[in-house]
Ligand binder design. Sequence first.
Ligand code: SAM
Length: 281
Amino acid sequence: MADWIREPLHDGWAQALRADEMLYDSATDHQRLRVFSNPRFGRVLTLDDVVQTTEGDNFIYHEMMTHVPILAHGAARQVCIVGGGDGGMAREVLKHRRVEKVTMVEIDAAVVDFSKRYLPMLSKGAFDDPRLELVIADGAGFMRDTAGGFDVIIVDSTDPAGPGEVLFSDTFYGHAKRALSPGGILVTQNGVPFMQGAELTNTMRAFKPLFADATCYLATVPTYAGGPMAFGWGTDGDARTLPLAELAARFAASGLEPGYYTPEVHLAAFALPGYVRRLMP
Ligand code: SAM
């Protein structure tokens, strides 16, 4: 009989995914890593039993964390991804032809190795792109020491527990801000506010004194269950106030063919419901 993998993420509420076939199950130095196949979502990657990404719905998360800041910026050449070991984020960033270099800082080499083998449909060759530099290191230490110059920094972290916890600290955000080029944009994954409100509040509290424009935007990803998920947005530039016509022109010129992102969705994603606004300091 097939197992149901229960995600131990929220107090008093859980989602479960049926694992018809367990393709991989092993503990790395950092976390327990599993891949299984599910009839609705295809291959599913979990770290410590928390869903990280699925073959079926990853496009929503990856498109919204890449195309929103990169198209809003308009001239991003240097991009940094913190985390992102499955390669899905690099896949979407590298679709932007003007991006010259992607520095991806992932703490766990095992996630990369094993994603290449069991989840090649996520990276789609991104690890072989000469524009990608993979650094196996703690993202917090990297950000403290880097010379920076990034036009866009994307924090594709696990939730704030285990190795991912430091990526939600004020110190890390301060170092990330310093590593941005003028007009640069920092985006972060901030969980599902209905379920993990404190995560968003803490990030926004840290962003407010750091950035002239500090807010979040939303997208609904089925396996990050419990409502729309939030992405932190911090910049000193005015990229968020771009008119639709300009954004649409950039999008048309990009040649992208996304499954979720459209310029209209991009702008609408910054419209926040009351309960999310109230979580923002
Ligand atoms: N989108 C997923 C989610 O929110 O459920 C997370 C994606 S997964 C690619 C996150 C990656 O962050 C994992 O590969 C993990 O190893 C990596 N990670 C966790 N802590 C890190 C740290 N301190 N520095 C760099 N990478 C880290």
